[in-house]
Design a protein around this ligand. Sequence first.
Ligand code: GLY
Length: 319
Amino acid sequence: MCSHDNHLYAVAVHGGSGHYSRNQFSQQERQAYRTGLERALRAAEAVLKTGGAALDAVQSAVAALEDDALFNAGCGAVLNAGGIAELDAAIMDGTTLKAGAVAGMKTTRNPVRAARAVMEHSPHVFLHGSDADAFASRQGLTQVDNAYFVTVARELQLAEAQARGETFSISKFGTVGAVARDRLGNIAAATSTGGMTNKLPGRVSDSAVIGAGVYASRHGCAVAGSGHGEFFIRLAVGKDISGRIEYGHQTLADAANHVIHTSLASLGGEGGVIAIDARGTIVIAMNTAGMFRGVLKESGEPETGIYADEALSRSPASL
Ligand code: GLY
């Protein structure tokens, strides 16, 4: 899928890719996901329409998805093998190439805000574990008990995965992400995730790895991925897509489609990306049956979709 530029600002968000079957979700559940995506798009729009920066827009969109218990990030994150939510996030500014990332957070309510704080208030790019939570706390970010992130639905998913002896639940690659272009032509990307159900404690997802599940360069594009993170890390998916544009002079669509449908698929990896370039061109590519996703362009309305073969549209409740 590819949609074109000539828009001053633009934002795309995703709430995870996966092998969603047509009868997996009720009408009400589909609407709830679309409402959550629309809320995230509106959060970004609130920043962009007043002339705000793409970096602030992607942070706001991802924080909105972290606060929505439906999505696998922040509240509602999937649980590790010990029943604990361990959260990863990252953010990158395509103009300065500055980036911040956190992994294995257990008490910071909005990991994406912690990633931004690492980028702006530390000399580092990547903090992990309890030291990352302590840093976030010193930055004034809200701390919560780990139980805040845990929902009954995720406890059931963990119990089912453990009963089946699954290391990961591969039916759904929950992650959230956002990419945006602001009125000045700056682009940025942000991601956040609880990772994969029943993961080993200490496992780090691609969503926290700059160049893998998240990347932004104004010479290429801003990318936020969703998929089986180990493959995204091995292939440096975000940097590869951006580099194909910058060095290989490919179009955004060719670059994203090649990496998802050829490179990722040839290793047996599954997932997708949302991507935007400095002209505001948005591309969404996936090799899964679906991805919760949405797009909002200046002067437009939020459009969302779930299944790979469906065009983005206004959701029934937003009409
Ligand atoms: N992309 C999310 C994960 O692998 O955890």
